[in-house]
Design a binder for this molecule. Structure first.
Ligand SMILES: CCCCCCCCCCCC(=O)SCCNC(=O)CCNC(=O)[C@H](O)C(C)(C)COP(=O)(O)OP(=O)(O)OC[C@H]1O[C@@H](n2cnc3c(N)ncnc32)[C@H](O)[C@@H]1OP(=O)(O)O
Length: 190
C-alpha cells in the first residue's frame, strides 16, 4: 500500500485553524519548529508519553542511541488513525558527515528509529533486518528535520515499512524502505 507523502497534508495543514498546544510542550524551539508541531497536532498527531507503560518491553528506550543522543533532539508524535509516527528532530553540529552536513549513517539511524517506533507501537516486538536508504539532498547541521515512519504491510512475522525525512518546508531529504522480522524465539530488550 502506497502511503501518501507527508508534504500534501503538511501543506494542507497550513491553511487550517491553529491547534492548541499542551502546556507541557517543550520550550526553546524556533517559531518554525513550533509551527510544524502545531500543524501536526491539527492533523491528529499526539505526543507520546508514558511509553514504558504502554509498551513494557520498550521501557529501556532511555538508552536508545537516537532518542538519548544529545546531538539529536527528538519530539515524537503518533497518529492513532494509522499508527504512523512523526519525529520532529533538531540535529546538532556533531553529527557531521560531509562538511556542514549530517552523516548518512545518522540519517539512516534517525529513519530506522522513527519507523521502528511506528512498528513497535503498532504490534509485537520486531527487529530491522533490512534498511534501504535513498539520500536525496544533504541535511544541514543545526537544522530541524521532520521524519515520518509508517507501516506498509504485515505478513506473518514480516513487516514492510517506510520512512521519509523532510525539510520543514516539505523538501525531501531521504526516504527508506525497511523490513522487520518478529524474532522466532526470545524478545530482546530494547
Ligand atoms: C516506541 C518507543 C520508541 C522505540 C524506539 C526504538 C527504536 C529502536 C530501533 C532499533 C532498530 C534496530 O536497529 S534493530 C537492530 C538491527 N537489527 C538486528 O540486529 C537484527 C539481527 N537479526 C536477527 O537477530 C534475526 O534475523 C531475527 C531475530 C530478526 C530473525 O531471526 P529468526 O527469528 O531466526 O527468523 P528467520 O527464520 O531467520 O527469518 C524469518 C523470516 O524473515 C526472513 N528474513 C530474515 N532476515 C532477513 C533479511 N535480512 N532479509 C530478508 N529476509 C529476511 C527469513 O528469510 C524468513 O522468511 P520466511 O522463510 O519465513 O519467508
Amino acid at each position: 500500500m502506497q502511503k501518501p507523502s507527508f508534504q500534501p497534508y503538511y501543506v494542507k495543514a497550513l491553511s487550517s485553524e491553529q491547534a492548541q498546544l499542551p502546556t507541557w510542550f517543550p520550550s526553546g524551539h524556533s517559531e518554525e519548529f513550533q509551527l510544524i508541531l502545531r500543524k501536526l497536532f491539527e492533523r491528529g498527531f499526539r505526543l507520546m508519553r508514558k511509553l514504558n507503560i504502554q509498551k513494557g518491553n520498550l521501557s529501556n528506550i532511555s538508552k536508545n542511541f537516537v532518542l538519548s543522543n544529545p546531538q539529536i533532539h527528538v519530539v515524537m508524535l503518533r497518529r492513532a488513525l494509522d499508527g504512523s509516527v512523526i519525529y520532529l528532530a533538531r540535529v546538532g553540529s556533531q553529527v557531521q558527515g560531509p562538511s556542514g552536513f549530517m552523516h548518512g549513517g545518522a540519517t539512516a539511524a534517525l529513519l530506522d528509529d522513527c519507523v521502528s517506533s511506528a512498528v513497535l507501537l503498532s504490534g509485537p516486538f520486531a527487529m530491522t533486518v533490512q534498511l534501504n536508504v535513498q539520500y536525496r539532498k544533504p541535511v544541514p547541521l543545526n537544522s530541524v528535520v521532520v521524519v515520518e515512519g509508517y507501516i506498509d504491510q504485515t505478513n506473518g512475522r514480516k513487516t514492510i515499512a517506510g520512512g521519509k525525512m523532510y525539510h520543514p518546508d516539505g523538501a525531501l531529504y531521504a526516504e527508506a524502505t525497511l523490513l522487520f522480522v518478529k524474532p522466532r524465539l526470545v524478545e530482546p530488550k530494547m
